[in-house]
Ligand binder design. Structure first.
Ligand SMILES: [Zn+2]
Length: 556
């Protein structure tokens, strides 16, 4: 049989938004994420930030004690981070990070003052004699300065609330935590726990991550607020929220829920934040217990849309459903819930508990959490609405660059990591084609990797082992290639047969898919080689379940 390769795509009906996806209009910005950097050669700063080189790999973080004073009038921060770490190799230097515009005032190991060398935002700390593998050390890094505001949410901003009171917030995932405090600013290694001691003017409130551990009047019109984070935490998740906050609380079983908003928002917040409980219940059902129980769950009003700060989710979604009062996926589902509460809190499971070990694998945060939105919709409103919701995301996908970027340079992936990442997981569910098994796999994945920093390879290996199948080419096609797989169909209506194959960059790509007539689907397992099957359904009526699998289809 002779087969002609079609150059033009002939899209099946029922692929909402795919045309939009191919238009040149830039899609709206994704939540809690700066625009991806345009493709350009990596700068020295990208390398210093992204490489897990010798002076990072030679040590393992144990804890931070960040003890600082924040002066709202001068927009000035000063203080000390005590960094405890275990050496993994004998060595005489380690790499820390602090933005170049902030001063390193002194670094000490006990009573010994240490030398350091700065290169852009990196700080290389030098020790007079080699630190020994296996031993634990603590250094005090004293610093000060006026942090620069930059990036989508400003990194750290010194604003005023509507009453003119100071309102200071951090959100620095894109810029890195080193924009306001010294730390080992990379994704692979996390501290096991952290203490924050932050002195602020006594008429303000400080809400941070972890459990509130008391406050002390310092007698100079400043009060020190103490918070204790009792779990591993990404540096960028460490968050200050300083303002004229008012507080109310609730419980979900033995999980404390604490809410902090400006006084003018209190009544609206009491209504809107009621969504926290069913959200946590939904995610607990899919994945298991809320992962930061000892630290509690908090929602904190902030002057930007929102961010998943661990156990201290910041919220600025105008106390309204949807995303910034818009129907986020354009299919009538997102106005039923508060996008920021659901999405940013979903990150407690994927992003905060299960974390990517490199920014190149950030889809583990964003693709998964976007998929969690869809699980929430399915749990609350049913399968039909969930299908509508997830397919609504097709209009936001561009398929121009792979989701996984190059490792070792700090480059935030394109926003396809959100929507295509979620559509990929949705597609995998159809590939597994056994919901009970799928739900079990999701829970096992979370339980296996919680409190760890992992790479995509770890997930692929786990999925392959649990399912006893080789899904690697499917993961690779969706995550490491730009183009969607295309299902090519060639009909012979006279013989009542259809020939099929995948056009994909991965030669070993083989993925089952449901085709034929809706309601009576037939599952075929195309590879990249042509195969033929009898089909009673003529070309014009022949459908592909593109609502269950995110693929393109060409009929000829
Ligand atoms: Zn997110």
């Amino acid at each position: 049989m002779s087969v002609r390769i079609f150059l033009a795509l002939c899209l099946l009906a029922g692929l909402p938004g795919l045309a939009d996806a191919q238009s040149s209009t830039p899609p709206p910005q994704s939540p809690a994420l700066a625009s991806p950097a345009p493709l350009r050669p990596p700068t020295r700063a990208d390398q210093l930030r992204g490489e897990y080189g010798r002076y990072r790999a030679n040590n393992d973080l144990l804890s931070y004690l960040l003890d600082i004073r924040v002066d709202p009038e001068r927009k000035f921060i000063s203080g000390t981070n005590t960094i405890r770490f275990r050496m993994l190799a004998d060595d005489t230097r380690i790499q820390l990070d602090l933005y170049a515009n902030l001063a390193v005032d002194e670094i000490r190991l006990g009573t010994t003052v240490l030398e350091s060398e700065r290169e852009l935002n990196a700080v290389f700390v030098k020790f007079p004699s080699p630190l020994k593998a296996g031993r634990t050390y603590a250094i005090d890094v004293r610093y000060s300065g006026t942090p620069r505001e930059e990036g989508r949410f400003g990194g750290i901003t010194f604003k005023r609330d509507p009453d003119g009171r100071p309102w200071i917030n951090t959100a620095c995932e894109g810029e890195g935590a080193a924009i306001w405090w010294p730390n080992k600013d990379q994704w692979r290694d996390e501290v096991e726990e952290m203490e924050l001691r932050v002195a602020i003017p006594s008429d303000l409130v400080l809400v941070s991550n972890g459990r509130f551990a008391g406050k002390t009047d310092l007698g100079d019109a400043y009060t020190r607020w103490d918070w204790h984070i009792q779990y591993p935490i990404n540096n960028y998740n460490v968050s200050l929220n300083i303002g004229n906050y008012t507080h109310f609380s609730d419980r979900l079983g033995d999980l404390p829920l604490d809410f902090y908003v400006l006084p003018g928002s209190l009544e609206k917040a009491k209504v809107q934040f009621a969504q926290a409980k069913p959200m946590i219940e939904a995610f607990q059902r899919f994945f298991g217990d809320y992962p930061f129980k000892k630290d509690g769950y908090k929602l904190i009003e902030a002057p930007y849309s929102g961010m998943e700060h661990q156990s201290a989710v910041t919220y600025g979604n105008r106390f309204a459903n949807g995303y910034l009062e818009k129907d986020w996926t354009g299919v009538g589902i997102s106005p039923r819930f508060d996008f920021i509460i659901i999405h940013e809190s979903g990150h407690e499971w994927f992003g905060n508990a299960v974390s990517a070990a490199d920014v190149s694998d950030m889809w583990i945060h964003e693709g998964w959490t976007t998929y969690l939105e869809d699980l929430y919709v399915e749990h609350r409103f049913g399968r039909e609405d969930a299908l509508k919701y997830i397919n609504g995301y097709k209009s936001k996908v561009r398929n121009r660059e792979p989701i996984i970027t190059q490792r070792g340079i700090h480059r935030t992936p394109t926003q396809d990591m959100y929507f295509k990442g979620a559509l990929f997981l949705h597609t995998l569910r159809s590939v597994v084609d056994d919901d009970e098994r799928w739900w079990k796999l999701l829970k096992e994945t979370f339980q296996q990797f919680k409190y760890q920093n992992i790479l995509t390879e770890d997930l692929v290996q786990f999925f392959n082992a649990r399912l006893g199948r080789n899904l690697t080419p499917i993961f690779d096609q969706y995550l490491r290639r730009a183009a969607l797989p295309i299902l090519q169909l060639a009909f012979n209506d006279k013989e009542r047969t259809v020939a099929y194959r995948w056009e994909a960059d991965e030669r070993a790509f083989a993925m089952p898919i449901r085709v034929g007539r809706r309601g009576q689907w037939q599952t075929i397992v195309p590879t990249t080689e042509w195969a033929v099957t009898p089909s009673p359904v003529p070309k014009e009526e022949f459908e592909v379940a593109t609502d269950l699998y995110y693929v393109n289809v060409v009929k000829q």
